[in-house]
Write a new protein. Structure first.
Length: 62
């Protein structure tokens, strides 16, 4: 219960700090979710994406 009380006092007591906490949490969640989904997409499509097969089609003289 002491941890919850401290979290309340630090982050939830004032509306402005609560709003900033929510916005910050959303930004961090969005970045983490985006990177996770991108990593999953690349893993599921390994060998099918252009960056994985472009060496087969590009000229080496460039």
């Amino acid at each position: 219960m002491a941890v919850l009380g401290r979290v309340y006092r630090v982050f939830l007591r004032r509306t402005s700090v609560f709003a900033l906490t929510v916005v910050g949490g959303v930004v961090l969640f969005e970045r983490a979710f985006d990177q996770g989904v991108d990593a999953l997409f690349e893993h599921l499509n390994e060998g099918k994406l252009w960056k994985h097969i472009k060496h087969k089609y590009e000229n080496e003289q460039q």
